[in-house]
Unconditional design. Structure first.
Length: 146
């Protein structure tokens, strides 16, 4: 069995990714990993979002979130350092720009082919990119291959 990789992302960002509304995850660090990546919704809710950005989610049809669950899988196709040119391109998509921290020197993780899991699977999150246990991998596949 191939080792499955995941990343824990605070809400509402994980839900926005899982429903295809957000296609770039922003981080202070880069990764060399490319390939299938599962999106885990952390139990932490971004408090800044609650006060400043909540109006963005009202523009979408995002159902309630599932903190502490793996929500989706996607392909991490690139991880690039943010440059002035990159920032100018992202600013053309106001929603994407408002749902990330876009600053010179940070990293943009480009996510493609997002597939929301039919049945989200509960588990504990971790820092950085982490390996999903064999037991949890089987649960994800069993619950979502029906």
């Amino acid at each position: 069995m191939t080792v499955m990789k995941a990343i824990t992302i605070s809400e509402p960002w994980a839900s926005l990714i899982s429903f295809g509304e957000k296609r770039i995850e922003t981080r202070t660090w880069k990764t060399s990993y490319r390939g299938t990546l599962y999106i885990h919704a952390g139990k932490h809710v971004d408090k800044n979002w609650l006060h400043e950005q909540r109006r963005l989610v009202s523009l979408t049809d995002i159902p309630s979130s599932h903190p502490g669950f793996i929500l989706a899988k996607c392909e991490l196709t690139d991880c690039c350092e943010m440059t002035n040119d990159f920032l100018q391109k992202v600013k053309q998509n106001n929603f994407e720009f408002q749902t990330g921290v876009y600053e010179l020197g940070r990293y943009a993780w480009i996510l493609r082919n997002v597939q929301t899991l039919t049945v989200p699977v509960e588990c504990k999150g971790h820092l950085r990119v982490w390996n999903i246990s064999a037991v949890l991998s089987k649960e994800i596949e069993a619950e979502n291959d029906r």
